[in-house]
Design a protein around this ligand. Structure first.
Ligand SMILES: Nc1nc2c(ncn2[C@@H]2O[C@H](COP(=O)(O)OP(=O)(O)OP(=O)(O)O)[C@@H](O)[C@H]2O)c(=O)[nH]1
Ligand SMILES: [Mg+2]
Length: 458
């Protein structure tokens, strides 16, 4: 247990029914004793209260009552941080919460850094690093699918597999090292085959994990989709349909949307960040020039595009140019306004076999099919359902790539009977890289970069 107690407001700043503060550390109860006055026969000072109970009373500073609160007493080790912890529910509102926090600080607590409670949970051995990251994923998840995956990781599904992988590598390493100690003996052919098989299995499993990186990134960060096309094609109408509300202004005037609009929607469980853009054409004025520049910027940064075409009009030269221009983008061609008679014919020159979906952004017809097409486009479908529980993040991906490279070197070396010391070295590098994922091998910098991205009070 750390002997300095950390404190923070754990709820968002703003006005609400309640605000919750957290205090954790070896002297948490001593600090709480100094500011908390129990009210009523059944309440007591935090240090005298049984664990996992709630005390009613007042927070007092310099004999002045700051607020009436409920105070939870949670004794180590059965707490989130594994330290003595106090949680105070005070009146919601910026001022009561801030004054209670000031009182805790005045009595010896220190303000917590972002993610410091979770960092302590990790350093005190309650959760490993992959689970700590999952705490942030749970907080930031924007769809139920993303939340489910984050909860699985928090429960240790990824960690179990990573630990198994690391144990296998360590076992192989132990075998190789045993032979180093007896230089007069060669590795028996049979043993060598066994070691190689175990290593190959390990590499195959790393590949399986690495294939989940794309899905992991989509679930955590969402995926960016630009809605592009000529003015009046119905881009903003389409955005509104996908969001299920009237977010963007729609009008028959060409050039209605001038600035880009970004909104996240839940598409079949995937958080998709749609960017509605200004229609592409020769700009008529300065504002439109800037609008179109931003459209092009969104186009470049998007992971895929919805190219909206007005199906009630014949294809124009401009349409043709855009169809060519976006040929190397991941894209869906959206034939809009299909409630009107169809005049649009696609030229044969459209390359890359983009999927075509016909919709009416006026009536909403075809929008569900478009959502399916989006999911099919971005979700590889190549990973097994149970692997979604362990969809890795980019830090895991980086570590696994290094582990995989080292493990490959080790197998090659073993096959070619290179000196055992070198094989052992590669195996150790692989095991260490895998260990980084769960935090068995870490550096202060790594911990800082992970926990500084957390909210205050978590
Ligand atoms: N009949 C019909 N009209 C539509 C459909 N979708 C959009 N419209 C109409 O087309 C006009 C232009 O729609 P917007 O959504 O503003 O088009 P936009 O592509 O965002 O246009 P800019 O922002 O000017 O580039 C509006 O009058 C819409 O009501 C559709 O599916 N069917
Ligand atoms: Mg628009």
């Amino acid at each position: 247990m750390f002997d300095d107690a950390i404190a923070a407001i754990a709820t968002p700043l703003g006005e609400g029914g309640l605000a919750v503060l957290r205090l954790s550390g070896a002297n948490a109860f001593a600090i709480a004793d100094k500011c908390f006055q129990p009210v009523g026969k059944s309440s007591s000072k935090p240090s005298a209260a049984p664990t996992h109970t709630i005390q009613f009373g007042k927070i007092v500073r310099d004999e002045k009552v700051i607020d009436e609160v409920l105070l939870a007493v949670l004794r180590a080790p059965r707490t989130f941080t594994r330290e003595d912890t106090v949680e105070i529910s005070c009146h919601g509102g910026i001022l009561p919460a801030k004054l209670v926090l000031d009182t805790l600080l005045a009595n010896g607590a220190r303000i917590a850094e972002p993610g410091e409670f979770t960092k302590r949970a990790f350093l005190n051995g309650r959760i490993d690093l992959a689970q700590a990251e999952a705490v942030a994923d749970v907080i930031h998840s924007r769809t139920e699918l993303a939340l489910a995956a984050a909860n699985e990781q928090l429960a240790g599904k990824l960690s179990q597999r990573i630990n198994q992988l690391r144990d296998d590598l360590m076992l192989t390493l132990a075998h190789v090292e045993a032979y180093i100690d007896f230089p007069e003996e060669d590795i028996a052919e049979e043993t060598k085959e066994k070691l190689l098989e175990r290593l190959d299995n390990g590499i195959a499993f790393m590949d399986e994990l690495l294939r989940t990186a794309n899905e992991g990134q989509i679930l955590r960060r969402g995926i960016r989709a630009a809605i592009v096309g000529r003015p009046n094609a119905g881009k903003s109408s389409l955005l509104n349909q996908l969001l299920g509300r009237d977010r963007a202004i729609v009008s028959p005037i060409a050039g209605t949307t001038r600035d880009t609009i970004e909104e996240t929607a839940n598409i079949r469980g995937l958080p998709v960040i749609f960017i509605d853009t200004a229609g592409l054409r020769e700009a008529r004025d300065e504002i439109e020039v800037e609008g179109i520049r931003r459209s092009r910027e969104s186009l470049a940064s998007a992971e895929f595009i919805l190219h909206v075409l007005d199906a009630s009009e014949p294809l124009t030269d401009a349409d043709k140019n855009y169809l060519n221009e976006f040929a190397d983008k991941k894209r869906i061609l959206v034939f809009n306004k299909t409630d009107l008679p169809k005049k649009l014919e696609l030229p044969a020159l459209v390359t890359g076999h983009p999927s075509i979906v016909t919709v009416s952004s006026l009536s909403g017809q075809g929008i569900e099919a478009l959502k399916d097409a989006i999911k099919n486009l971005v979700w590889s479908g190549a990973i097994k359902a149970e692997m979604l529980q362990v969809a890795i993040n980019s830090r895991h991906q980086d570590a696994l790539n290094r582990a995989r490279a080292a493990a490959r070197l080790a197998t090659d070396a073993l096959r070619e009977d290179v000196t055992l010391e070198l094989i052992a070295f590669d195996l150790r590098s692989a095991a260490n890289a895998v260990g980084e994922i769960v935090g068995k091998t870490t550096t202060e910098d790594l911990l800082d970069s992970i926990f500084s991205a957390f909210c205050i009070g978590k």
